[in-house]
Design a binder for this molecule. Structure first.
Ligand code: ZN
Length: 315
């Protein structure tokens, strides 16, 4: 876990040495604002280049649901067939503005807080038809909603995003598979139950900021041919246990993406625990071995291990 200097509490500033000469397309280090990435936990991020604010799978509520919580966590237990709730006070304390929300898939730990955040911020949301159908059920206005299938490459004011077809983590020892989808004919009535937040297909995104290209992941899986030729300078890499059941996951991922100079593990924590709870077990299980692996298979890459609600600054 490499941290190169902590300038102010909660903000990790990376050294410019992280960026090999010639990356960031010949722009000088002085030009433009740095990229700031705040880790929201699970697969959630707030990323800004000072111009646009982009949220990725912003899941803040961290409900204790469907098992896997902690006995010391005295918050209420939610079953999967309970009505989904967002902790709106907590969201309000963390998320104030957003221009775009990119959603990898429809599961609750990705999409669960997006209805509230989209309504609150007016942000444009890009996701699968299932994701968009759920948001429609919550009354999010059509002009905010962009249903995509994968392969789109959209330009907006000061920001562009390529949508990359992907696949979900191989949960349940690889027995997970869910082909259900929602569309305009689906009868959904908000608020939904937690188990109505179905996957609905999975995506990745190439998010292009002022001086950085971020390849995002929301799962511990990918379609290798869809990543060929992508050269992000920052990879948000899905790093959790289920990837160990895949063939050479770490090596294939880093090789096909051109050994990105900066790799930031995502979705590595236990998202059923509130912020502030120890994540030591997941750090030991997921982050530490990954850092060691990258040092071996991609020695030119630097891994920055994120901490909840702290901001990583890339010059
Ligand atoms: Zn999922």
């Amino acid at each position: 876990m490499k941290r190169l200097g902590r300038m102010i509490p909660g903000v990790i500033v990376t050294s410019s040495l992280l960026l090999p000469a010639g990356h960031a397309a010949g722009q000088s280090q002085e030009a433009g604002a740095p990229l700031e990435l705040k880790y929201l936990g699970a697969a959630g991020w707030e990323i800004t280049d000072g111009n646009v604010i982009v949220l990725i799978d912003p899941y803040v509520s961290r409900l204790k649901y469907g098992g896997g919580g902690h006995p010391d966590d005295d918050r209420p237990d939610f079953a999967r067939d309970d009505i989904a709730r967002s902790d709106t006070d907590l969201i309000d304390s963390i998320v104030s503005r957003a221009d775009f929300i990119l959603v990898h898939h429809g599961h609750f730990d990705h999409l669960g807080d997006v209805p509230y955040i989209a309504a609150k911020t007016g942000a444009k949301v890009i996701g699968t038809e299932t994701t968009i159908t759920i948001l429609r059920a919550y009354g999010i206005p059509e002009e905010q909603l962009y249903a995509v299938g994968g392969g789109e490459d959209y330009r907006f004011d000061g920001f562009s995003v390529r949508v990359v077809p992907s696949i979900h983590s191989a949960l349940g020892e690889k027995h997970y598979f869910d082909s259900r989808r929602y569309d305009r004919d689906s009868e959904l009535e908000a608020p939904l139950r937690i188990d109505q937040f179905i996957e609905g297909g999975s995506l990745m995104f190439v998010a292009r900021f002022d001086r950085h290209e971020v390849l995002t992941m929301g799962s511990m899986n990918f379609v290798e041919r869809e990543l060929e030729g992508l050269r992000p300078d920052i990879l948000l890499a899905g790093i959790n246990g289920s990837r160990l059941g895949l063939y050479n996951y770490d090596e294939r991922l880093l090789t096909v993406t051109g050994n990105p100079p900066i790799i930031i593990p995502t979705h590595w924590d236990n998202f059923r625990l509130p912020y502030g709870f120890s994540q030591e077990a997941n750090v030991a299980r997921n982050l530490v071995p990954f850092v060691e692996t990258v040092a071996t298979i991609s020695p030119g890459s630097r891994v920055i291990s994120p901490t909840h609600l702290e901001t990583i600054v890339i010059p």
